[in-house]
Design a protein around this ligand. Structure first.
Ligand SMILES: *Cc1c(COP(=O)(O)O)cnc(C)c1O
Length: 402
């Protein structure tokens, strides 16, 4: 181990707020679907900065757009117009079939904005129409409202009192939603495909039925596509796969290929609830972030690009199913769509974290979520060859246990 690496570990460990259990590598640069640490060791990356680096690393058009924009102007206040922001908003409106976009800097901010506009919209109808229903095992962010929206008690603990008016149902359980929803429901907020909670896609027309229940009670449907959107499912918006249209959709993560950005997009009907001064942001959607987003928005929503995500996703899923057949005592289920895939671990002798660590030693970066699900959310530009690399490494790690 290099002295420099040790120095970085100790400087960081002493000074950075210790909220992450960090893996003991220092990442320095990337190229395509590969990352390199400070010692020059190469890793095939199937985490993609948690679904952020959709175009991989060092993607020339993205680097070029960011460099050119940085040389012109990095930031101006949202009190003024800029061309990159106007163009990015127009692209999101066109792609979504919705009417208005707003930019923030993160996923949590996108959802916070969506919750705020939904509340303001519903309050015009009835001051008590404020209930927001979300799903258990969801993930919506870390601000007080979005962590409350997040249906995982472990994220709530110690932060009470939490904002009022949130209620939870089990994802994919339409009967439970039917019981809880009422004319006092302001919005139902769901991930189109649950990510952090363990990679759970919607089943059996669930989202269509959710849409119907929302319409029946005048509740808004908010779909969080911060992780599953931007082409990851094989469609630009995952909701296109399931034949529904939300009133509000939220994006972030991959939207600017690694530059911090978030967005919510809504219908005109919802948009009119906000007037000048009702919401705002200093950085959100600045020209640098929007110049990067414009590259992503010009690249991913092309038939060829999305077909690639479908194809390599299918190849990967089939290979994971082969692994499941080979190690049925360790993997009980493969779930997901496109390039958001999960392998449910059963009582394997190695824990999820141990498997992740073993893979890292052998040159593959993968992720384990909720302790028992290996989650794969790679850059969307990966090829079958990289899938083979990761599958071979997983095979050797799982094989060792038997
Ligand atoms: C990551 C994530 C968020 C939060 O995004 P941040 O940028 O970390 O605030 C919200 N919703 C979903 C579905 C996510 O995956």
């Amino acid at each position: 181990m290099s002295e420099k690496q040790e120095q970085i570990f100790s400087t960081d460990d002493k000074n950075y707020l210790p909220v992450f259990n960090r893996y003991k590598i220092v990442l320095e640069r990337g190229d395509g679907a590969y990352l390199y640490d400070i010692n020059g060791k190469r890793y095939v990356d199937f985490l993609g900065g948690i679904a952020v680096n959709v175009l991989g690393y060092n993607y020339a058009p993205l680097v070029d757009a960011i460099s050119k924009q940085a040389a012109k102007i990095i930031h101006v206040s949202n009190l003024y117009y800029t061309e990159p922001q106007a163009n990015a908003a127009a692209k999101l409106v066109k792609l979504s079939g919705l009417d208005r976009a707003f930019f923030g800097n993160s996923g949590a901010e996108s959802n916070e904005g969506a919750i705020k506009i939904a509340r303001k919209y519903a309050h015009q109808i009835d001051a008590e129409k404020s209930q927001i229903i979300t799903a258990w095992d969801s993930f919506h962010g870390r601000t007080l409202a979005t962590l409350t929206a997040t249906g995982q008690p472990k994220y709530h603990k110690g932060f009470e009192p939490l904002p009022a008016g949130f209620d939870y149902v089990h994802y994919n359980d339409i009967a439970e939603l039917e019981e809880k929803i009422s004319d006092k429901t302001c919005a139902v907020m769901l991930e189109t495909i649950q990510g952090e909670g363990g990679v759970y896609p919607p089943k059996n027309d669930y989202l269509k039925k959710v849409r119907e229940l929302c319409d029946k009670h005048g509740a808004l449907l908010i779909l969080d596509e911060i992780q599953a959107g931007m082409g990851r499912s094989g469609k630009f918006f995952a909701y296109e796969k399931y034949g529904v249209k939300p009133d509000i959709v939220t994006l972030a993560k991959g939207l600017a290929g690694g530059v911090p950005i978030g967005a919510f997009i809504c219908t005109e009907k919802v948009a009119q609830a906000f007037h000048a001064g009702d919401h705002g942001t200093t950085f959100g959607g600045n020209p640098l972030a929007c110049a990067a987003a414009n590259v992503v928005l010009d690249t991913i929503p092309n038939e060829k690009f999305l077909a690639h995500v479908e194809e390599v996703g299918k190849y990967f899923k089939d290979k994971l199913i082969d692994l499941q057949k080979k190690y049925p005592d360790q993997i009980s289920e493969i779930r997901g769509e496109g390039l958001i895939l999960g392998a449910q671990l059963s009582n394997s002798k190695k824990s999820g974290v141990e498997i992740v660590n073993e893979c890292m030693k052998r040159g593959a970066i993968i992720n384990c979520t909720v302790g028992t699900v290996l989650r794969f959310i790679p850059p969307l530009i990966i090829e079958n060859a990289q899938v083979d690399e990761v599958i071979n490494i997983l095979d050797s790690v799982l094989g060792e246990v038997n």
